[in-house]
Ligand binder design. Structure first.
Ligand SMILES: [Mg+2]
Length: 265
């Protein structure tokens, strides 16, 4: 069935490759979000990056002309992980974290204590200061019964020097050492989309996921029952859709194309 934009009452959008690419802001981004606000369509912005705090994104959005985004509207794999942990454990329990300070802040704000002793869970995200010692502590805790939770499974991420090891590569090492598979939260896993849909107070059938990555944004959105809009301003092309056999509900050249289509729907 083709995408019926008149049925959409909430939007989840990826950021990198949809709103911007590195330092370059993509065309018609501000106009698109002005349109959503005029039409009273609530939106959330979802990223698999657990290393940055939501307020960092709020600031960037303000700088590019989208002011007054509330922190709850920014869903990182870190804040989604915090929401997941809150649904499983009482406030105040110790958690051992492998990750960047931004993730630690988010987990602390959610009421958890970052402590190795008696940790009920090991939470692992991207960590530029990952060490053997951290892997060792995580391994011993998981082997002693602590839950193993990963913020996101991305094996690599791009940077100017080339593909770099991502959170998923760290998870793979700990999984190899423990023989335990992590519960992974970020896209394309369902948990991330469930958190976003619930924060937007909508249901998947009326929610649109916009993304540039077929194997995370689009396939994850589809698996979670959302409508999906694939934009060609990021990493994947229409040829990739054929090659990966991932079929978005609709493909747009960018947010400007989606905007003009929606305005005429
Ligand atoms: Mg992206």
């Amino acid at each position: 069935m083709p995408l019926d934009l008149t049925r959409i009452n909430a939007v989840i959008s990826d950021m990198d490759g949809v709103l911007w690419r590195g330092d370059h802001v993509l065309p018609q981004v501000v106009e698109f979000f002005n349109f959503l606000r005029r039409e009273n369509i609530p939106f959330a912005l979802a990223t698999n990056n657990s290393g940055k705090h939501p307020l960092t994104y709020v600031k960037r959005l303000t700088e590019i002309g989208i002011p007054n985004v509330e922190p709850w509207q920014i869903i990182t794999s870190g804040t989604a992980t915090a929401s997941y942990l809150q649904s499983k454990y009482p406030s105040g329990v110790p958690i051992y974290m492998v990750g960047m300070p931004g993730l630690g802040d988010v987990l602390t704000e959610a009421g958890f204590v970052m402590e190795e002793e008696d940790a009920v869970a090991v939470v692992s995200g991207i960590d530029f200061n990952f060490t053997y010692e951290k892997a060792l502590k995580a391994t011993h805790l998981i082997r002693s019964g602590a839950a193993f939770v990963g913020t996101n499974g991305d094996l690599t991420f791009p940077n100017p020097a080339g593909l770099s090891p991502g959170a998923g590569s760290i998870l793979a090492m700990i999984e190899a050492a423990t023989d335990v598979k992590p519960t992974v939260i970020g896209k394309p896993e369902k948990a991330m989309f469930e958190v976003a849909v619930s924060r937007l107070d909508t249901d998947p059938a009326h929610c649109l996921m916009i993304g540039d990555r077929l194997n995370t944004d689009i396939s994850g959105g589809k698996n979670a029952g959302l409508n999906t809009a694939f934009v060609l301003t990021g990493v994947h092309t229409s040829d990739d859709a054929d090659r990966l056999k991932i079929r978005p509900d609709e493909t747009y050249s960018g947010l400007g194309h989606l905007l003009s289509t929606w305005q005429n729907a």
